[in-house]
Design a binder for this molecule. Structure first.
Ligand code: SAM
Length: 455
């Protein structure tokens, strides 16, 4: 395989002090595929795979011994874990190091789809924080919404905006993650196409785009706020040079992260400002290629006029919220397009500011459609960590769970626990979705857009 690695890339990597091109080539020749997952600590605290081993820098991350057919695992569909490349889980360690773990942080994940880093951010920032998870490409924003819904948390707002839109929220965020679109060389082992598409011209194009994305969004970060800038590229032009450009153009200080030297992560310094960065090479860590730098905003960032927005009449039926969820005290319900949603009370007013500026795809948890007399519960509610645990439910076998996830017909005798009405389908104690139990039939309400096809 190394014969196919682009010469220009290898030539440039060889210019870096201590770069071991032989080991780099060999690991690409071997072409091993590493599989890792990160648990959703609000749904799954033990790893449901045999012989899994921990990812050193992320206490919810695990390497698996083989790649299962995740599509056939009901727990995968229930948001119990996220299949994520191990190197990027280093963000969990960074959040601990900079003191943001379980904090009150307003975070923006600017380039968020499909949602790997957003789900990590919500797990580590904790329930008192707010995450705005944004993706500019509409189809990818839909995938992002699905993954956030499965994760089950209510303190996320999914948006579909161009980075420039965030100029209208100056100084609002305490944390900005820019996991930038890049030339993708770090994924060479996984994806042959990235090798075929790699060129110096594309590196240059990506580098220009990265600067543009940053230039348009950095004002959204508050003074003293943290910027995490990452790529899955090995090219200096997309990594250290971008960090140099940030420090030259704006007022940011570079933050050094400490970690165990056994982890094999390489600390680098940028050429001009000597900014710290962290490189993950597949011959040195058990993971794919990744670069991340942490910076802190020093300049005095002006902020927008946080005027009080008049509360709209909120006619969400509180009794219904209490009937279906365990969140009455620290959440507020609101109506949107005939659906009842719940959202953290702490950020209620801020959601109204966000609404005035952003195209919001999803805010909080959509409980379902309110007909005026009853709630037609949504799939999002079934996935929510805030759903009441004492609602009618039926624990099912793996076979029945898969039938349900394929949206096939289900046997009445597999739902003996419930006489009639809405019933949660549960597998290993985790909710998968809804059925409606009738006298002699089961209606399967699994959403057809996410049903298992062809397996
Ligand atoms: N953070 C994601 C995760 O962990 O799952 C992966 C993000 S991926 C590296 C980069 C994302 O940037 C893609 O979803 C892509 O659609 C988006 N993107 C592409 N062009 C963009 C642009 N001009 N501005 C902002 N985002 C862009």
């Amino acid at each position: 395989m190394s014969n196919f690695l682009p010469n220009e890339l290898i030539k440039r990597l060889n210019e870096q002090e201590g770069f071991d091109s032989e080991a780099f080539n060999t690991i690409h020749e071997q072409g091993d595929k590493i599989t890792s997952v990160r648990l959703n600590p609000l749904k799954q605290t033990t790893i449901p795979f045999e012989n899994a081993s921990p990812v050193p820098w992320c206490d919810t991350g695990y390497y698996l011994t083989h790649r299962p057919v995740f599509t056939l695992d009901p727990l995968y569909h229930a948001g119990c874990y996220y299949v994520q490349e191990a190197s990027s889980m280093f963000i969990a360690h960074i959040l601990k190091e900079i003191g943001l773990e379980n904090s009150v942080t307003r975070a923006l994940d600017l380039c968020a789809a499909p949602g790997g880093k957003s789900t990590l951010l919500t797990s580590y920032l904790g329930s008192e924080s707010l995450l705005v998870s944004n993706e500019v490409i509409k189809s990818r924003a839909n995938i992002l919404t699905g993954n956030i819904v499965h994760w089950g948390v209510s303190n996320v707002v999914v948006t579909n905006n161009d980075p420039s839109t965030f100029k209208r929220l100056p100084g609002y965020f305490d944390l900005l993650l820019v996991d930038a679109p890049c030339s993708g060389s770090g994924m060479f082992r996984r994806d042959q196409e990235t090798i075929d598409e790699w060129s110096l011209a594309n590196v240059k194009l990506c580098s220009d785009r990265q600067k543009r994305i940053l230039a348009e969004s950095l004002s959204a970060l508050a003074t003293d706020g943290y910027l995490l800038y990452s790529t899955c590229s090995y090219s200096r032009e997309e990594n250290e040079d971008i960090v140099d450009w940030i420090q030259t153009t704006f007022s940011f200080e570079s933050i050094r992260i400490t970690f165990d030297s056994d982890w094999g992560i390489e600390e680098t310094r940028s050429a001009e400002h000597q900014a710290f960065g962290y490189r993950f090479y597949p011959h040195k860590v058990k993971g794919e290629g990744f670069y991340i730098a942490v910076l802190r905003k020093k300049e005095d960032q002006s902020t927008f006029n946080k005027k009080k927005i008049k509360t709209e009449k909120n006619d969400a039926p509180l009794r219904v919220v209490a009937d279906w969820t365990n969140q009455q005290a620290d959440h507020v319900p609101f109506m949107h397009s005939g659906h009842i949603h719940i959202f953290p009370k702490r950020y209620e007013e801020e959601l109204r500011w966000l609404q005035q500026v952003l195209y919001i795809k999803q805010a909080g948890t959509d409980m379902g459609k309110w007909t005026g007399t009853e709630l037609l519960p949504s799939h999002d509610l079934a996935c929510s960590i805030h759903i009441r645990s004492d609602l009618p439910a039926q624990e099912v076998t793996e076979d029945v769970a898969r039938q349900f996830l394929r949206k096939r017909s289900l046997a009445r005798e597999d739902f003996e626990a419930v006489n009639s009405g809405w019933c949660l389908v549960r597998y290993h104690g985790i909710n998968l979705g809804w059925v409606k139990v009738l006298a002699n039939r089961i209606n399967n309400y699994y959403p057809k857009e996410v049903r298992i096809m062809n397996l």
